[in-house]
Design a binder for this molecule. Structure first.
Ligand SMILES: Cc1ncc(COP(=O)(O)O)c(C=O)c1O
Length: 393
């Protein structure tokens, strides 16, 4: 399909997806694919979910847009629901994960200035991914994302992921630090799972130094890892949590949630967005969140994730080329001992949509509504593909 009129940010794309239903999508020729990627963790309820379709249709027939100059009841309802689910007290809505993180970064700076810190500095992690705007690509720990866009934004220091001692060293040497921005699981970084007590230790450290703990749950949020937000596995509360992706099942919506002092920092005129918290996106999100909670899809993600990991562990037991199978809920990485990008096309040829990240990690982010039969199909198809791939390449 001709792409001459598009900027070439995504390279050549061989597949055109024409429609979807649940965990299945079809291309222009009518070939079906099991979607184990869900638009990169976006369509948690699968494609064309009736509750979302109905909510969006109803809202589109009523009011598509009015701007944030006016009350938007569905936005306020969504904010209240997200606060109830997260333990936070206030929400700012943008349109994407990057914008949610921009809001968090701005909060950290307001917080720093409120404490008379002249160069408020945020600790960010190696291999992190926080988005493609100038501040969020600076926060991202991947040179490929930054290269060509210098000068980068100041006010960030980098630490290794899952390394509390490194953060303690920064604390000793840098009195400008005001916050930590971190993913509870690094998605783009290769489905990197930190130690079980990592978030709890981060909370303690942040309390000791009066730093804001800001969690990027753009990918891990909205039920994907077995709780609504990933930090709920650790029984802590962050000061700020950002989310997007699965929040509105495909409609553009990002949210920056805050509690405590972080929730009080934004004042009229500090921040805004024309489209952020748009009525249609919020209606989609309310239907999405209500469905995730009503059908307890968090629990489904947790149990199906364990089933999938065990099935892959058994299937690859005799394949040392498969280095590790890891994940939480329906965020699963299968790390190979070699570059794995070619598997994406091989999988598509076999009727399966997957993704490869961090060069060697096959990443699975299927809808939380995946059926048992679809899960079995995913295991069978991917096992055959990977065992052939590592035996022949
Ligand atoms: C953890 C994390 N943060 C932020 C982003 C950026 O989100 P968006 O592409 O919606 O700006 C992503 C996207 O992959 C992400 O995985």
């Amino acid at each position: 399909m001709a792409t001459q009129a598009l900027m070439n940010t995504y390279g050549t794309r061989s597949l055109t997806i024409a429609r979807g239903k649940g965990a299945v999508v079809w291309d222009l020729d009518g070939k079906s694919y099991l979607d184990a990627l869900a638009g990169i963790a976006v369509c948690g309820l699968g494609h064309a979910h009736p509750a979302v379709t109905a909510a969006v249709t109803r809202q589109a027939e009523t009011l598509v847009h009015c701007s944030n100059l006016y009350n938007i009841p569905v936005q306020q309802q969504l904010a209240a629901k997200l606060c109830q689910l997260s333990g936070m007290t206030n929400v700012f809505f943008g349109n994407s994960g990057a914008e949610a993180n921009e809001a968090a970064i701005k909060l950290a700076r307001l917080y720093g200035h409120s404490r008379k810190i002249k160069v408020p500095t945020i600790i960010v992690m190696e291999q992190a991914f926080h988005g493609r705007t100038m501040a969020t690509l600076t926060a991202t720990g991947n040179r490929k994302v930054q290269a060509g866009f210098e000068p980068l934004v100041s006010g960030f220091v980098r630490a290794p992921y899952n390394d509390i001692d490194a953060l303690k060293t920064i604390a000793l040497n840098n009195s400008d630090v005001v916050a930590i921005l971190v993913e509870p699981i690094q998605g783009e970084g290769g489905v990197a799972i930190p130690d079980a007590d990592y978030l709890r230790n981060l909370r303690v450290l942040c309390d000791q130094h009066q730093w804001l703990l800001m969690l990027d749950e753009v990918q891990t949020g909205n039920g994907r890892t077995g709780t609504f937000f990933n930090y709920q596995h650790s029984d802590i509360l962050p000061d700020v949590v950002t989310t997007a992706k699965g929040l509105a099942n495909g409609f553009p919506l990002g949210a920056c949630l805050a509690s405590g002092i972080a929730a009080t920092l934004m004042k009229p005129g500090n921040h805004g967005s024309t489209f952020g918290g748009n009525p249609v996106a919020c209606a989609a999100a309310l239907a999405t969140v209500d469905t995730i909670v009503a059908e307890n899809l968090m629990a489904r993600a947790a149990s199906l994730g364990e089933t999938l990991k065990s099935a892959f562990a058994a299937a690859f037991a005799d394949y040392p080329q498969v280095k590790e199978i890891r994940g939480q809920g329906l965020m699963i990485g299968i790390e190979l001992d070699r570059p794995a990008a070619d598997l994406v096309q091989l999988a598509a040829d076999a009727g399966l949509l997957i993704n490869v990240t961090a060069e060697r990690v096959v990443r699975l982010l299927p809808p939380l509504t995946l059926s048992d039969a679809e899960a079995q199909q995913l295991v069978d198809t991917l096992t055959a593909l990977i065992t052939t791939f590592v035996s022949n390449s």
